[in-house]
Ligand binder design. Structure first.
Ligand code: HEM
Length: 159
């Protein structure tokens, strides 16, 4: 058989092809990270939460704790737990870099009229931290979540 008509792939050539496609992938990743407006979203926090299942379990534990916490449970008496679960899950997913869009109200709007003070906010943060412990999130992930949500305090307190 003439060498140029052989169909069996050549080990050296296919090796080169792999190297080349690897280089192309690395280059496009680098470009995606550099080009403004085309930056890939960092979803590492979302992954650390355990994706959709992890977020769902975390929100369930958070609401379990809030609804059972006599310091703040009364604030939730008129809230629809299913809606709240869905909206907080969307928000956790979106804020942690996951593939979701938050469709709820602004934080100010959602909490206006509830008269949430600093004591209630602290109780909520404690329940949130305990919920993150419940689902066994590592401290680093817990701290990253607190860092994302702590700045929202002024939009929640005294609205
Ligand atoms: C950074 C902290 C907080 C975040 C990220 C957060 C997030 C949310 C979200 C996404 C909603 C649903 C919005 C909507 O209905 O469109 C919501 C509603 C609500 N939140 Fe928060 N929240 C926070 C703090 C608190 C605190 C401290 C309390 C009470 C102690 C609280 C009590 C409620 C209640 C009762 C509702 C339901 C309101 C209603 O149905 O009218 N939240 N929150």
């Amino acid at each position: 058989m003439h060498p140029t008509t052989r169909t069996v792939s050549h080990p050296v050539l296919s090796g080169r092809r792999i190297t080349c496609s690897l280089a192309t992938s690395v280059l496009s990743l680098a470009l995606a990270a550099c080009v403004p407006g085309n930056a890939r979203q960092d979803d590492s926090l979302y992954q650390a939460l355990g994706g959709p299942t992890g977020v769902d379990q975390l929100v369930e534990k958070l609401l379990d704790r809030c609804y059972a916490d006599e310091r703040i449970a009364f604030l939730f008496k008129n809230a629809d737990r299913r809606d709240l679960h869905r909206l907080i899950s969307e928000q956790f997913c979106a804020e942690s870099g996951g593939p979701c869009t938050y469709t709820g109200r602004s934080m100010t709007e959602a909490h206006s009229g509830l008269q949430i003070g600093h004591a209630e906010f602290e109780a909520f943060v404690e329940d949130f931290t305990d919920a993150m412990e419940d689902v066994k999130l590592p401290y680093r992930t817990q701290n990253r979540m607190l860092k994302v949500f702590a700045p929202m305090q002024p939009e929640v307190v005294d609205q």
